[in-house]
Design a protein around this ligand. Structure first.
Ligand SMILES: [Zn+2]
Length: 495
């Protein structure tokens, strides 16, 4: 018996050696057992929920440039060191304008009297101290150009209520692109305030207001409030029946000058090629009506959890996995733009950026930012990732998250989509609190991000090589994103 076992073992050993010596190319590109150890550590040794509870409940809303955001930067530095990341540091950058919410109050005066639920949008101005009484006039957001041309003269002293009438434009982004010109024209015409929302959308949810900015890296002097849908719909019904509507509006904000902030960076150095970098991250900043738990506490904490899983697995990928927690996302991807600018000379050594920023639901898609080759490269991993749940893979380029600036720099800026139906309520609202986070889903997302990051960093060949600016411009035009990017001031490719 002993001899037979020994012989069998010896034969198996020889077979392994032969396989290793003769067919190295046939070996799996990334060690599946290593990926399984990362997934296992991510699922079984997770601390993401306690980490997010700290960031949400203890620090709270984190408007870029605010004391709370600065506290979050210090917290993130300490957390990265505690996890065991190397090269942990802050990368300072400057926001052109700081902004602080003071108060927003409104009351319907006629035809009936009651308080109105409003919140100021971000990076907008104030009414005179003590507020103003004004009549309300509707403005059709589907025809802002026409409204400016024919009605601006009648806007002096009025509150303008943005609502959609008739057919919406084919490209919903065209509303957003005209909004800046409209807000400036309304201010010039002497309107006292605007009722509207981000991308001119009305509020979602039961008496919830949603804040946000109305342009990238810009300030509008006219006060703009978002109003609870129920209050706004009553005003719209009065206007539809020809009843004059009058309201009191008192909005106070503080706009300041250049304001320092910082992205937070920490590395898992690669074992063979530490100069090659896979970025994973989300944004540390948030809005302030609540505590930014789902936007984007979940993404920031999942990136930290993914790094912790890789370190806990005992495995080290070939290249560096870098966690970057950005600030200034909510003001127009400003932190990720600053990161790309700061590392411009080193962008060719960046392999990809993988961003998680779509709320509290499970990851359900990978969008590779136009780099179709990455879809093929992902194929061997796709079946394993589907062990986590439903997953679609597409080539869409996302400029709604920090993936965008990496796409502009020619890299696969990979956005992870999430199935988050309740995000429309929690996003930018007073309901963005820790109790809306699903603990099991957050653990799963962090583990999945860890697997994806390890895989991207450990492949023998890098993912799709960086594109030239001409290649990037052609792909963005093919995806019909050029107009939108020009409107955001992000198009740097000429005509
Ligand atoms: Zn976000």
């Amino acid at each position: 018996m002993k001899t037979a076992v020994y012989r069998t073992a010896l034969l198996m050993f020889s077979a392994c050696v032969l396989a290793g010596a003769q067919t190295p190319a046939a070996a799996p590109p990334v060690d599946a057992a290593a990926l399984a150890r990362v997934a296992g550590a991510g699922l079984m040794q997770s601390q993401v929920n306690t980490t997010l509870e700290e960031l949400s409940d203890d620090i709270g809303g984190r408007v870029t440039g605010s004391p709370q955001c600065n506290a979050a930067i210090q917290w993130a530095l300490a957390k990265m060191r505690e996890i065991g990341l190397a090269n942990v540091h802050a990368e300072p950058w400057t926001l052109d304008h700081g902004w602080r919410r003071v108060s927003a109050e409104a009351e319907l005066l006629a035809p009936v009297r009651h308080p109105l639920n409003v919140a100021s949008m971000g990076w907008v101005g104030s009414t005179p101290q003590g507020g103003v009484d004004a009549d309300v006039v509707a403005v059709n957001i589907f025809d802002l150009a026409g409204e400016m041309k024919t009605h601006a003269a009648a806007w002096r002293g009025k509150v303008l209520l943005l609502r959609g009438e008739g057919q919406p434009p084919k490209n919903p982004m065209s509303v957003f692109t005209q909004l800046a010109a409209f807000l400036r024209a309304a201010h010039e015409a002497g309107a006292v305030a605007i009722i509207g929302g981000q991308s001119a959308r009305p509020a979602a949810g039961m008496e919830l207001t949603h804040t946000g900015v109305l342009g990238f890296n810009t300030v509008f002097e006219i006060p703009v409030v978002n109003m609870g849908a129920e209050d706004q719909l009553q005003i719209e019904r009065f206007l539809d029946r020809g009843k004059p509507v009058r309201m009191h509006m008192d909005v106070q904000n503080e706009i300041s000058g250049p304001t320092p902030t910082a992205n937070v960076v920490g590395d898992i150095p690669g074992r063979e090629d530490p100069g090659q970098i896979v970025v994973i991250g989300g944004h540390l900043d948030s809005w302030d009506l609540a505590e930014g738990a789902t936007d984007d506490g979940t993404g920031a904490v999942a990136a930290l959890g993914a790094a912790r899983a890789i370190l806990a697995s005992g495995e080290r990928p070939r290249r560096t996995v870098r966690v970057v927690l950005f600030t200034g996302e909510e003001q127009g991807l400003l932190g990720s733009l600053a990161y790309v600018q700061r590392h411009r000379a080193d962008m060719a050594n960046h392999v990809a950026a993988i961003i998680l920023d779509e709320g509290q639901g499970p990851i359900d898609s990978i969008e590779v930012g136009g780099h179709d080759k990455v879809i093929d490269e992902l194929a061997p991993l796709t079946a394993s990732l589907r062990g986590f749940g439903k997953l679609e893979i597409g080539d869409r380029s996302s400029f709604g998250t920090d993936a965008g600036p990496f796409i502009l720099a020619g890299l696969p800026g990979i956005n992870l989509g999430q199935d988050s139906p309740n995000y429309r309520y929690t996003h930018h609202s007073a309901a963005d609190t820790f109790d809306h986070v699903r603990p099991g889903v957050l653990i799963r997302n962090a583990a999945e991000l860890g697997v994806l990051a390890y895989w991207a960093a450990d492949r023998p060949q890098r993912l799709d090589a960086p594109w030239t600016p001409a290649q990037v411009a052609a792909e963005l035009k093919a995806q019909h994103l050029d107009e939108e990017l020009k409107a955001f001031g992000l198009w740097t490719f000429g005509n």
